[in-house]
Design a protein around this ligand. Structure first.
Ligand SMILES: Cc1cc2nc3c(=O)[nH]c(=O)nc-3n(C[C@H](O)[C@H](O)[C@H](O)COP(=O)(O)OP(=O)(O)OC[C@H]3O[C@@H](n4cnc5c(N)ncnc54)[C@H](O)[C@@H]3O)c2cc1C
Ligand code: FES
Length: 335
């Protein structure tokens, strides 16, 4: 598995509870990424290594440095660790850039709906678009109050630089309450010639999605990035205990534990059900948090945005998307 190393070149407070980290790649050659992708970042938390995904707010077409922007999550381990502990000159490790929240075509018009830290991948796509393509762009950007608007200055500078191509509507809950459907409808292109990109809190994205559905926007014109993982209950088929005739031996933090699964179960869900404190975040194969090494047996890895074929040949799997395919399996999170 390729672990990338970056030097933190700058750390900038964007708002009272978010920081941008400007990162210089320390390896040889270039790392390619597309605006809208994220870095699965490795966090050396005192309770054990965590992986968390952070969208790249830099643009590969313009910015020399990589940039991620992290907003503190109340009670969150990874985001608070990064904001409190990651300093200029430190080295940050990550897996390769991943994700498919990016325009598949660029020569069209775009409507972006961003809420809070959901602006990060959208900011990158907007910059790339304005500076390397020719689209017209509308951004609806919702925040609770004016002090929590990430990239405010940079966005309004872009609007000044590209007045005919970028329009921004900043929605502040403190002034207007939460965004209404009629505000969203204003943003929906009546002739269906735009691509829509949504990233923000779940309730915000659900409301926008409903409005797009009502306006008969084809699903193929809508891209959605969710920052929130899926609960373990939702990632398992929940087989009955009599079906659980497969043994999974888990090596974690120097200890061994056997759990029992059926071939329909995702192994991460069963580990969590058995009270194991296994690293995990998205639950859907996107973030890399649950990477482990398959030491014995076979699994089927159902979806995966993080590992490449050589990682899989080396035995790396994602526990959240792996179902057993042999009667005895051994995985290690300690490799
Ligand atoms: C593709 C993708 C891109 C992302 N990009 C960004 C980005 O650009 N910027 C950004 O800021 N974030 C981004 N995120 C979110 C980020 O990955 C983290 O999920 C976020 O920072 C929270 O992580 P944490 O470790 O701080 O919180 P966690 O420790 O994972 O906790 C998350 C929440 O769950 C609660 N919680 C934790 N454990 C329990 C428990 N046992 N019981 C009940 N509640 C619990 C916590 O209190 C907290 O509210 C992205 C996520 C994804 C999937
Ligand atoms: S929990 Fe995100 S990849 Fe498995």
């Amino acid at each position: 598995m390729d672990v990338l190393r970056f030097r933190v070149v700058d750390k900038v407070a964007e708002t009272k509870d978010s920081y941008s980290f400007f990162l210089k790649f320390l390896g040889e050659g270039d790392i390619n990424y597309i605006s809208g992708q994220y870095l699965p970042v490795k966090i050396p938390h005192e309770e054990g290594i965590l992986f968390r995904s952070y969208s790249l707010s830099s643009s590969p077409n313009i910015d020399d440095l990589f940039r991620i922007t992290v907003k503190r999550e109340k009670g969150g381990k990874g985001s608070n660790w990064l904001c409190d502990n990651l300093m200029v000159d430190d080295v940050l490790e990550s897996l390769s850039p991943a994700g498919d929240f990016f325009p598949k075509v660029w020569d069209t018009n775009f409507v972006f709906f961003a809420g809070g830290s959901g602006i990060t991948p959208i900011f990158s796509i907007i910059k790339t678009n304005l500076l390397a393509h020719n689209s017209k762009i509308r951004l609806f950007y919702a925040n609770s109050d004016k002090n929590s608007v990430i990239f405010s200055e940079e966005l309004f500078q872009l609007q000044k630089d590209f007045p005919d191509r970028l329009s921004i509507d900043l929605w502040l809950d403190e002034e207007n309450g939460i965004p209404t459907d009629s505000a969203f409808f204003e943003y929906i292109d009546k002739v269906n010639e735009s691509q829509y990109f949504l990233c923000g809190p779940s309730a915000f994205m659900e409301s926008v999605e409903k409005c797009l559905e009502k306006a008969a926007v084809p699903k193929s014109d809508i891209a959605i990035e969710s920052f929130v993982g899926v609960l373990p209950d939702k990632i398992s088929n929940g087989s009955s205990s009599s079906d659980k005739d497969i043994t999974v031996r888990v090596l974690l933090n120097g200890e061994k534990k056997d759990i029992f699964c059926s071939e329909n179960d995702f192994i991460l869900a069963e580990m969590l059900r058995n009270g194991m404190n296994v690293p995990n975040s998205c639950g859907v194969g996107n973030c890399g948090s649950c990477i482990c090494n398959l030491l014995h047996g076979e699994v089927i890895l159902e979806s995966n945005a993080v590992l490449d074929s050589s990682d899989e040949e080396d035995g790396w799997i994602l526990a959240c998307r792996s179902r057993p395919r042999s009667k005895y399996i051994e995985v290690s999170f300690d490799e």
